[in-house]
Design a protein around this ligand. Structure first.
Ligand code: NAD
Ligand code: ISE
Length: 335
């Protein structure tokens, strides 16, 4: 499968490397980035052509599917162009920077009549999250009552501003909880906590967010994007008869000099490296079979709508008012 990649920054470059060396059945044949030097360097890794415009990648007759890894506010227009061209597209999260823009993608795909869009919520491919999902599905902890989530980054790049800890980071917890619990989130409340003086004030870092699902389950999610000590993602679902907690891959614990040290990954590349490979492989396999599976445009829309409610919250409970779900997505959202 010939893939065109738009956006060759941190994750775009990683995805090109993965599609070139670790994923079977795909090769990158075209790339675009507004940073033309970067695009040329990444094109050379894959033996691909660096195009002059993003739309040249989508319109390239040799490109069979597109991967969008440019900044979030560029996603919706690029995905809409892919749908108009009838080309399958794996779009990095978030699907769009506003729920209105995400809904336009949902509506365009519903009008097209079959799925073309997969959103890059790669945690659904992580072996730890899959273990939590399997335990819930088997009823091992009874009925879920509440979920504790933690999402801590060492730090964030310079362009990471304002409410991005909600729109770019919290969206992972939103999607994971919708998928694990198989229900929509209907309200968000951001609870004020003291802010770290080590983070830029506009980030108001960390944030504590309460999410309520349609069947009354409450999720507390801490997002701390300048936690410094390591990349630490946790999730524990509490049920009526037990709990199930996310297990992260470990490199073993070192006991030495009267202490015991467990190494942590320092970034998402290390923590979710295998999940990205498995996500891409699943995408390629499905598209080669003529279908698109995995997190859908509806999932992307719902996640952005919840993040938007969190941004609006400022301490007040804010409801999430989703549009009516088109039949194209019935029975598949969050499953
Ligand atoms: P980045 O800043 O490293 O890379 C973005 C690239 O896009 C840059 O090379 C930039 O020059 C290019 N770009 C900017 N505007 C463009 C445009 N209009 N058209 C084409 N290219 C353009 O950012 P990143 O960390 O690689 O993040 C990119 C996207 O991937 C974001 O949406 C981010 O949320 C997402 N992401 C997802 C995960 C995940 O865990 N799934 C991890 C990291 C990033
Ligand atoms: C980044 O864009 C990601 O998606 C990472 O998975 C997440 O941990 C990080 O907070 C985001 O900035």
């Amino acid at each position: 499968m010939n893939v065109g990649v738009i956006g060759t920054g941190a994750i775009g470059t990683d995805h090109v490397r993965r599609l070139t060396a670790r994923v079977a059945g795909a090769r990158v044949t075209a790339v675009f980035d507004v940073d033309t030097a970067r695009a040329a360097t990444v094109a050379a890794i894959a033996g691909a052509t660096a195009h002059r415009e993003a739309h040249d990648v989508i319109d390239d007759p040799a490109v069979e599917a597109v991967l969008v890894a440019s900044p979030g506010d560029t996603h919706a227009d690029l995905v809409l162009a892919c749908v108009a061209a009838g080309k399958p597209v794996l779009c990095e999260k978030p699907l769009a920077s506003t729920s209105g823009a995400a809904l336009k993608v949902v509506e365009a795909e519903a009008t097209y009549g079959r799925r073309l869009v997969q959103v890059g919520f790669m945690r659904r491919y992580d072996v730890g999250y899959l273990g939590v999902k399997a335990a819930l599905g088997a009823g091992r902890i009874g009925d879920p009552l509440l979920v504790h989530c933690v999402h801590r980054n060492v730090g964030v790049p310079a362009g990471f501003t304002g409410d991005m800890s909600l729109t770019d980071s919290l969206v992972h917890e939103v999607d994971a909880c919708r998928w694990l619990l198989d229900q929509e989130i209907v309200a968000a409340t951001v609870v004020e906590v003291p802010h770290s003086p080590l983070a830029s004030p506009e980030l108001r870092d960390p944030r504590l967010v309460l999410l309520e699902t349609e069947r009354g389950i409450v999720v507390d999610a801490e997002v701390f994007v300048n936690a410094r000590y390591g990349y630490d993602v946790r999730c524990e679902v509490v049920g009526t008869t037990g709990t199930v907690a996310l297990e992260a891959p470990t490199t073993g614990a070192v006991a030495l000099d009267g202490g015991r040290v467990q190494a942590l990954p320092m970034d998402w590349q290390a923590r979710f490296g295998q999940a990205y490979v498995d996500e891409l492989q699943a995408w390629v396999d499905a598209v080669r079979r003529g279908v698109t599976e995995g997190p859908s445009a509806w999932d992307g829309y719902a996640a952005t709508a919840v993040a938007e409610a969190a941004v609006a919250s400022r301490g007040a409970r804010t409801s999430v008012d989703l549009a009516e779900r088109p039949a194209l997505y019935s029975g598949e959202s969050s499953s």
